[in-house]
Design a protein around this ligand. Sequence first.
Ligand SMILES: [Fe+2]
Length: 311
Amino acid sequence: MKRPNVLAIHSIDHFALDVPDLEEARVYFTTFGLDVRDEGDGLALYTFGNSHCWARLSQGPAKKLRYLSFGIYAEDEAAFAEHLAAKGVNKIPAPARAIEGGIWFEGFDGLPLNIRVAEKATPTDKSEFTTISAGPGECGAVFNSSAPKIRPRRMSHFAIYTSDVVAATKWYEETLGLRLSDGSGPVVAFLHGAHGSDHHLLALVGSTHCGMHHSSWDVSSVQEVGLGSAQMLRGGYPKGWGVGRHVLGANYFYYATDPWGSHAEYSADIDFIPADCEWASNANHDPGDSFYLWGPNVPEGFVDNTEPNGT
Ligand SMILES: [Fe+2]
């Protein structure tokens, strides 16, 4: 499934993050349900049963988003090189400890970006969503002692802070071919991939500077979102937000706040935008009608950018 005659990235291949304590990161993401592996002098995040590497973590003085790598089709490689040259992007060497390959350049807010030929990591169809209901006379109890451990199936999307949501949206549309799904003016914008992706591959959250807001991981049911929340609360991570349901994207969510002030989200039933769909995008939803339909009040600090400003 490829949208014809459109030059666009098809996936977020992986993100790279500095964290101040790799062992703390290992425990956090393992508790979240990811397959955390030692690779090089850092950690790599996988989902169980999936060979794709979604993230690379390295030790740094503070939590900091190091770069985003996007996947493209092999047949688009030459056209993308020409397109980026025509856009006048500032090419840069691959950052330290990054995986070589593809084209490296400076993105909006100076965030290092990479495009590389890769397998399409984002799905081409809506992910399966299940509900289980006991019939009459059947016992629907799930006992804590036998509750399953939640292991997300894949990364759904990634959310970053930006200094200018509206300008960044235009930049990602024109430079990488991402498409606006929905947004709320200068507060937030949700962008999807042209070749079929969840309602958002990349979310842009207004702030003073660039940084990571959250990574989001797909699970199969509201029950799994809820069990995931219990897994994190009982696993020693009391801070978070949810369970609730978003308006834009329509997914059920629980955000577990990490030790550095960003979040990992369990997400279920997010809208899917196929490669042949022209989504009726709207950049200016009312803020009160764009964030969440139901759920607990948003905790203080939920959109505080805790990363240092600058390189
Ligand atoms: Fe999200």
